[in-house]
Design a binder for this molecule. Sequence first.
Ligand code: THU
Length: 160
Amino acid sequence: MAIITIEYEQYSNINELSPDDAELLRRAYEATTLSFAPYSKFNVGAAAKLKSGDIICNANIENASYPIGICAERNLLAAVNSKGSKRTINTIAISYKNDLMPNQNDIISPCGLCRQSLMEWETMQKQNVRIILGLPTSQVIIIRCAKDLLPLSFSGEFLQ
Ligand code: THU
């Protein structure tokens, strides 16, 4: 029997974070206002702190043809990519606004497609992407790298 474990940091509120991480989480929450989610009404915001120090934000965009919708995380990567040689990401924060959720303090975590995209971004940039998940008004967790969220994953190495 093999066991896979991941370690992550847990904070009961945003004041326990470093000032940089707290700012990034606030920016992710603010980015929920960029979300276009008339169908699910689930507004997700994401913010990336680049190695250059820049912060880039984006959100989910839905479509009446549902599968066309894109998550905040992958929209964020597309926006960061426009930075060209300055696109190295140190940390990403992901937050949300949804008045319909039973527990308004719940943390959301990237979907499977986004985990795969984030993981491959790490491989491309040869540097881990820290991931901050939570709300500015409640608990927060920090994951060391995207790969931790996707054990036993498919990777480009299989294609060579
Ligand atoms: N969504 C994201 O943007 N990121 C996630 O990690 C999970 C889900 C979006 C997709 C869709 O627009 C809405 O949230 C409800 O699934």
